[in-house]
Design a protein around this ligand. Structure first.
Ligand code: NDP
Length: 287
């Protein structure tokens, strides 16, 4: 039976550590890191996510602002809003809640964010930095996956890792991070011919396809580490992209849904915001 990787407990520990580090900063007269979340429209799921980001950023002692724009705002208003926060010295992180309502150009909005404040790690410069292995802000969900793998004590070095899903938000960056840690990585997608065989060969499986229980438990290799990124609402219940009940019998470590990767993503957003604050201060001091 697999050990459950408790993302909720891990996220709580990270937030406590962040609160402590921010207290230590402000005690010396340094300013608190600042995060702004920009929400366009009234998508209920986005409202929940934004609410959580607001609450948790305030709880760790950050300056936290929320901008809401109507769904029918022109793109130029969103860009002007982002630019106004690019110019604010007390703001270190700018997060545009995705997806944007129909009609908005998401890529243009993300590209408008100052890369040093792109705490979601989605700006092309930060994505390019990940690809080339240079310093930059890494995207939150992929670093959450890596952090959770880290808690198991399993070192990806030399292991066979299979990522199911190739989105720019999750699958591709997770694959790059696993590669950076010397895993041999296979990146699967909807056209992969034998997903079962691919998953069956994996020491580490990261499932991020958005298809409920696509990865069947009996596919999992005995002793594998299974990270389930999926969040699917089925009959009012949240389930992952992995068939948990069966996978749990074969894996050595597995994340639950909910309570695995989900809670970690906001904690990592806050880590990225503090790191951006420190990096920006250093750049201003010319260190
Ligand atoms: P996308 O829809 O952008 O990408 C899904 C990927 O899965 C695509 O690459 C697609 O392949 C692949 N895929 C779809 N069907 C299959 C299939 N039958 N077999 C193999 N691959 C398949 O999703 P995201 O990456 O944005 O999100 C993935 C999941 O993670 C979702 O459930 C989402 O809710 C969740 N999520 C969770 C987060 C968290 O904080 N825990 C954060 C972000 C996302 P192709 O490219 O060929 O179409």
């Amino acid at each position: 039976m697999a050990a459950i990787i408790d993302g909720k407990a891990e996220a709580t520990a990270i937030r406590e550590s962040l609160a402590e580090r921010i207290r230590a900063r402000t005690a010396t007269g340094a300013r608190a890191p600042g995060l702004v979340t920009i929400l366009v429209g009234e998508d209920p799921a986005s409202q929940v996510y934004v609410g959580r980001k607001q609450r948790e950023s305030k709880e760790v002692g950050m300056l936290s602002e929320l901008v809401t724009l109507p769904a029918n705002s022109p793109q130029s208003e969103l860009i002007a809003c982002i630019e106004s926060y690019n110019a604010r010295m007390d703001i270190d992180g700018i997060l545009v809640q995705l997806p944007l309502p129909k009609g908005f150009d998401e890529a243009a909005a993300i590209t408008a964010i100052d890369p040093s404040k792109d705490v979601d790690g989605l700006h092309p410069l930060n994505q390019g930095a990940l690809f080339t292995g240079s310093p930059g802000i890494r995207p939150c969900t992929p670093i959450s996956c890596m952090h959770l793998i880290g808690t198991t004590g399993v070192d990806p070095h030399g292991l066979h890792a299979v990522v199911v899903g190739r989105s720019a938000l999750v699958g591709k960056p997770v694959a790059m991070l696993l590669l950076e840690r010397d895993a041999t990585v296979v990146l699967c997608h909807s056209r992969t011919s034998d997903l079962r065989a691919q998953v069956g060969a994996a020491d580490i499986v990261v499932a991020a396809c958005g298809v409920p229980e696509l990865v069947q438990g009996e596919w999992i290799k005995e002793g594998a580490v299974v990270i389930d990124v999926g969040i699917n609402r089925v009959n009012g219940k949240l389930i992952g992209d992995v068939e948990f009940a069966e996978a749990e019998k074969r894996a050595a470590y597995i994340t639950p849904v909910p309570g695995g990767v989900g809670p970690m993503t906001v904690a990592m957003l806050l880590e990225n915001t503090l790191a951006a604050c420190v990096a920006r201060e250093r750049a201003q001091e010319g260190v």
